[in-house]
Design a protein around this ligand. Structure first.
Ligand SMILES: [Zn+2]
Ligand SMILES: [Zn+2]
Length: 269
């Protein structure tokens, strides 16, 4: 090769300086990444590893998994807790972002509005959130009421009322969360976290059990039976200590058992 054709007047066989200029920051970058990985995976005492991380040290990517991980650390049924926050978010978004959206007005009118439970929840959301105004609720329901009135006036036969759109969303979300939790419970780390939690309510337990087979199903069924045995014991003691001929003090757990029975059997309202 003729040296006169080499760019920048370099002789053949030498490494161009612009290559070195890129190599040095790259090496520093790799060193930084390696140090971070060392801190996360081997642990220096400063970085805690989540028990939900996979054995390769990477967290589960699914948003549903992360949400369930947080909900398990809180009180009550984790799926009920996530459903409640989803319902409130959905209603707030409806009021704040979609009260001027014609297609949303039409869809809500076609569904003949929300069911009674979600209507009451919408009222709560309007009361709690500054930006979810009563005006937005009024605008949406003006369309619903006008449409119902128009059909009634025209003498049209009342078609069966479709499901409330939020009830539909709740059903989809419950199935998705139950499937995710059931999948996670095949992992020993998740089982340990589940055992330390308040566990599922009966409706959500049924959804999870339907997703499981074999040993994982038997494990969850056994866990639920154990929780119900314990709850029945506390209820029984509470009843016994309320008899006129028993003079024993009711414990705090026993006095709260009837409340646990309500959410455990029927789900959290
Ligand atoms: Zn539940
Ligand atoms: Zn509903």
């Amino acid at each position: 090769m003729n040296s006169g054709t080499v760019p920048h007047g370099l002789t053949p066989g030498t490494v161009p300086p612009w290559r070195w200029a890129g190599t040095v920051p790259l090496l520093f970058g790799m060193l930084r990444v390696w140090r971070l990985r060392w801190k996360l995976r081997l642990g220096s005492g400063r970085v805690m590893r989540s028990p939900f991380e996979r054995s390769d040290g990477l967290p589960h990517a699914s948003v549903a998994t992360i949400e369930l991980e947080r909900a398990l650390a809180g009180p009550g049924c984790p799926i009920c807790a996530l459903i409640h926050s989803m319902e409130r978010r959905w209603l707030w978004t409806l009021l704040y972002e979609h009260s001027g959206d014609l297609s949303v007005h039409e869809a809500l009118a076609a569904a003949v509005g929300l069911c009674g439970t979600h209507g009451a929840l919408l009222e709560e959301v309007v009361g709690e959130r500054r930006l979810a105004s009563a005006g937005a609720a009024a605008r949406l329901y003006l369309t619903v009421v006008s449409e119902v009135r128009r059909k009634l006036e025209a003498g049209a036969r009342r078609a069966p009322v479709p499901d409330c759109p939020l009830c539909e969303r709740v059903g989809e979300t419950e199935r998705r969360l139950a499937g995710t939790l059931a999948g996670a419970l095949r992992d020993g780390k998740w089982r340990h976290a589940y055992e330390s939690s308040d566990g599922l309510c009966l409706p959500h337990l049924d959804l999870c059990l339907a997703e499981l087979r074999g040993k994982a199903r038997e494990w969850l069924r056994g866990d639920a039976t154990g929780r119900l045995t314990e709850l029945a014991g506390k209820l029984s003691e509470f009843c016994r200590k309320h008899r006129y001929d028993v003079d024993e003090e009711v414990t705090a757990e026993e006095s709260m058992a009837w409340k646990e029975a309500l959410w455990r059997i029927g789900g959290q309202p």
